[in-house]
Design a protein around this ligand. Structure first.
Ligand code: ADP
Ligand code: MG
Length: 255
């Protein structure tokens, strides 16, 4: 119970936030109770669930600085089955404010322990860098799920990311594992997408999800309506893909 998955890749624009929102909403549609933790100062996961991010008393920032309890910053049932710890631009200052704080790699983990058993899944959306927030996410997580955009530079930065996961595992969180790699913005009309998938598979000794997330305009539109894809357009290819990814995550046995 309470499986914690960090969605991480220090590259921006690869689909971390889109995956965090829509995997969470799809898990909820399958009857799971989900907490999403937004650790990106951009707060796009927060607004993607229709939450007005600049209008909040308590966010992940107050939590990290011990200015509120974890229960005080959770927004319950922003959609049925999904609660969220929101974020906004204030979080950008957290890294500085944590200078000199003892065991700052474990702040999120300590807080999440209080509520972990209340959810089936806790999905953490990471910022696009390997900073202290990402380290906190990986220290808290059971597994790391890495979205990879199907583009020419897909492999760039991946070895650094995997090195980081291994360092965290060695020094901070011995139980950390890879959930796997998921390909995003797959375009079946081009050879490039197919080549990227084959190339990454042959260079990376990682679990790869069978589900390919297609490039789908409905996925890009949904956040401006503050809705996950299964509410915005449940018949879209994007919605079907994220349901299938949720199915794989649920069926993935510890191995
Ligand atoms: P990250 O969180 O890694 O920076 P995002 O999830 O915010 O990436 O995605 C970057 C941009 O690409 C966003 O504008 C998003 O709407 C769009 N996008 C993400 N996944 C898809 C997809 N499968 N199809 C079309 N657009 C997508
Ligand atoms: Mg993001």
């Amino acid at each position: 119970m309470g499986r914690v998955i960090a969605i991480a890749n220090q590259k921006g624009g690869v689909g971390k936030t889109t995956t965090s929102i829509n995997l969470s909403a799809s898990l909820a549609e399958k009857g799971k109770s989900v907490l999403v933790i937004d650790t990106d100062p951009q707060g796009n996961t927060t607004s993607g669930f229709g939450v007005e991010k600049n209008d909040l008393d308590n966010t992940i920032y107050e939590l990290i600085l011990s200015e509120c309890s974890i229960k005080e910053c959770i927004l319950n049932d922003v959609i049925p089955g999904v609660s969220i710890i929101p974020s906004n631009v204030n979080l950008a200052a957290a890294e500085i404010e944590l200078i000199g704080v003892d065991r700052k790699e474990f702040i999120l983990k300590r807080e999440v322990e209080w509520i972990r058993e209340s959810y089936d899944y806790i999905i953490i959306d990471c910022p696009p860098s390997l900073n202290m927030l990402t380290i906190n996410a990986m220290t808290t997580a059971d597994t790391v799920l890495v979205p990879i955009q199907c583009e020419y530079y897909a492999l760039e930065g991946l070895s650094q990311l995997i090195h980081t996961v291994n360092l965290v595992k060695e020094r901070l969180n011995p139980d950390l594992d890879m959930e796997g790699v998921v390909f995003t913005m797959y375009d079946s009309r081009t050879n490039l997408s197919m080549q990227v998938v084959e190339n990454v598979k042959s260079h990376l000794n990682q679990k790869v999800f069978k589900t390919l997330i297609p490039r789908n305009i409905r996925l890009a539109e949904a956040p401006s309506y503050g809705q996950p894809i299964n509410m915005y357009d449940s018949k879209s290819a994007g919605a079907e893909a994220y349901m299938s990814l949720a199915e794989e995550v649920i069926n993935r046995k510890e191995d």
